[in-house]
Design a protein around this ligand. Sequence first.
Ligand SMILES: *Cc1c(COP(=O)(O)O)cnc(C)c1O
Length: 469
Amino acid sequence: MYRDIKNTHSEWRHFIYNEVEYLLNREMKDLPVVRKPTESMIAKYQHMIIPKEGKGIEEVMDLLHNEVLNYNYRSNHPRAFSFIPGPASQLSWLTDLLTSAHNIHASNFANAPLPITIEHRLIHYLSEKIGFDPTLSGGVFVSGGSMATLTAITAGRDAMIPLSRMAEATVYLTAQAHFSVAKAFHIAGFAQTQLRYIPTDDLYTMDVNALEHQIELDIANGYRPIMIVATTGTTNTGAIDDLSNITRIARQHRMWVHADGAFGLSHIFTEEGKQLLKDIDKVDSVTWDAHKLLFQTYSCAMVIVKNKNHLLSTYGVEAEYLDDITSTNENIDPEKLGMELTRPPRGLKLWVTLQVLGEDEIKRRIEYGQKMACYVEQQVQQMANWKIVTVPQLSIINIRYEHPDKTPEENDKVMQYAASRIAQSGYAAAYTTELNHRRVIRFCTIHPETTTADIDGTLQRLNTYVQEA
Ligand SMILES: *Cc1c(COP(=O)(O)O)cnc(C)c1O
């Protein structure tokens, strides 16, 4: 940052202090969860030109303060139940301010030795949580789950098949996998016809018998099955694919297993989560978002592979780096482990958060989310014509209202009506998703400050809206 505006030090301080004061003093729970700009407000920005001569900073900051930053979905709101990218710790935000102000270029070790040491140390720590051998494993902080999955899938592809034989490859996933997985396969050069969508069972997890059968069929037809993407916490229901059987099948056929645990993996901090995520140590790579259940601001995620050489051989273009393949070298340049050259040290904010709050507090917050999902379940069980569609898992629950005199299609419309009414009211956001071709309302209860009163208020309102429909 260089001094490029005329304002004095004290004016600059005034901007920052005022803004921080405002942010610290506002009561999030008294604000609407969703605030949409008017058409004319959108039009104003569509038509706003870049001036030949600059304006006063006050004028532009006012626009930011009053409009640009204020008419959005507030994912930090304790009644924002609709998406998993969730609430961020103030510590994460504070570290963002500082790393951004220092404008740290964390591409290689020489430029940012301590931030990169910290990032590697964190990857080491998280590898141990997974059960990977941290002297062999490695990874890098990336922008999000989508980027983590793309980074891993591309490295896995290179480990399994030469590019010249790509056309023979087949890969396996389910329809419950996040759409970023199919996107990653597309970017990594797989045709749609090379993707095998394995059916899911009643619990929305991959049917492993169907998986095994499909792999054998493909081999018989001359294909080379190379990769299975397991979802460890689906976006819709929190379902976790059967890692024991999936990794067993993969071993038999020498395939790569990637686990998309974007939000689900954070539950490994809890005892219950550890049980649910049994055999996660047997996969080859994982996607893990810190901007979901580790309470970080966007964007902060990790790709971690069991053997870091796979990242180095795909992304470390300089051959001499492969000399280090057996080393436990903690100084590896992040640019050799992923796609980005210029990057901020995204791991720093997670480190600050963990240092200040401690692991027990993180664990407590994650457990609290699951407890709140169980509270939703208890309450909904007492509400007439409402049913639990999927039970609380990894802090997600799906519910549905079914009026006996209405058709399923009519009840679908009722669900959508109730969801849009509550969002319009600003009180809460709880949107619908589709399960088994029916609309359901999905609650992600991951905010550490959501109270039972917040849930009661939301359910009462939803119940009023469904009667109204
Ligand atoms: C959120 C999510 C993603 C996408 O992550 P982004 O950080 O939004 O790119 C991928 N997979 C699962 C299971 C998710 O929940």
